[in-house]
Design a protein around this ligand. Structure first.
Ligand code: UTP
Length: 298
């Protein structure tokens, strides 16, 4: 079984759900507490053993490439002012030289098209895919969990979580087959089914390990929902010849591409940090306690 060494992180989408903030600022750079959303996906990937990350970028996204570069002026200023803790924290976040590639999607034609753009850099090996606006919280990190199942099964592995059964039409939903290790065999993948047609309430949460045969399928994939080239459509075709397994995630994923998910993530991460949890907890309690009074006064 080939090792998963590389990960694709697509960051070329327009982020229309988060307008107007995303008009000039990539949604992947919105901060959750004090780190941009994309940093969480990068940390998760390296912690799961990934050696090289391929970012698929587009226009207005140059700030992401700059963010993962060395910043000599900032380092000099922090050194001179003796801010060694901040300096060390910054340095620990920087990928080693040569561990990242940036390629252009040119125009956002859908997630499937973004993944296809990474084909030359990935080559003929399995790879991880992380949707960076889905921020993993709790557990060991979602990619590490699916990598464990992949080590047992090979093939293709996707992370899943349960959604409210009435809300299946918001997600890509999988059908559940036999249990395998800590996960199960996938019997179907359906994009945004109505609750009555959904094969389960397990939704695909934005972490994948895929075999390179997906690229040739994406290369001739017809446009699907939203007139975009959909990854799920190509995965359905790949599943005709290759096994797919699902690993239920033991933590939870916040959809930071939506305003509600972004706020949830900020609250959850703030409450998990020793340096701020007490202050944030007290602030939230006070906020809830006085909410009705403020609404009445408004
Ligand atoms: P989303 O569908 O959540 O991103 O794609 P979006 O299209 O930017 O968001 P909305 O729906 O308009 O608000 C998941 C990830 O795939 C990337 C996005 O940048 C995001 O990180 N993506 C999506 C691309 O790189 N290219 C695309 O054509 C579409």
């Amino acid at each position: 079984m080939k090792k998963v060494r590389k990960a694709v992180i697509p960051v070329a989408g327009l982020g229309t759900r988060f307008l107007p903030a995303t008009k000039s600022m990539p949604k992947e750079m919105l901060p959750v507490v004090d780190r941009p959303v994309v940093q969480y996906a990068v940390d998760e990937a390296f912690e799961a053993g990934i050696e090289h990350i391929v970012f698929v970028t587009g226009r207005n996204k140059a700030v992401i490439e700059d963010y993962f570069d060395l910043h000599p002026e900032l380092i000099g200023t922090l050194e001179q002012s003796g801010k060694t803790a901040q300096l060390q924290a910054l340095e620990s976040l920087l990928p080693v030289a040569g561990a990242t590639s940036f390629i252009r999607q040119q125009s956002p034609q859908g997630l499937g098209h973004a993944v296809w753009c990474a084909r030359e850099v990935i080559g003929d090996e399995p790879f991880a895919l992380l949707l960076p606006d889905m921020v993993s919280f709790g557990g060991r990190g979602c990619l590490a969990e699916i990598a464990d199942l992949y080590a047992q099964t090979g093939g293709n592995v996707i992370a899943v979580e349960r959604c409210d059964p009435t809300e299946t039409s918001k997600y890509g939903i999988v059908g559940c087959g036999a249990d395998v290790g800590t996960g199960f065999e996938v019997t179907a993948m359906v994009e945004k089914p109505a609750p009555a047609n959904a094969p389960s309430n397990y939704y695909i949460n934005g972490r994948y390990i895929l075999q390179p045969e997906i690229f040739s399928l994406l290369g001739n994939q017809q446009r699907g929902a939203g007139n975009e080239i959909q990854l799920t459509d190509a995965m359905v075709r790949l599943a005709q010849n290759q096994a797919f397994f699902a690993q239920p995630f033991n933590g939870c994923m916040f959809d930071c591409g939506s305003k509600e998910g972004f706020i949830q993530a900020n609250v959850a991460f703030a409450l998990s940090r020793d340096d701020m949890k007490e202050a944030v907890f007290d602030m939230l309690q006070e906020f809830v306690r006085t909410h009705e009074r403020r609404v009445e006064a408004a």
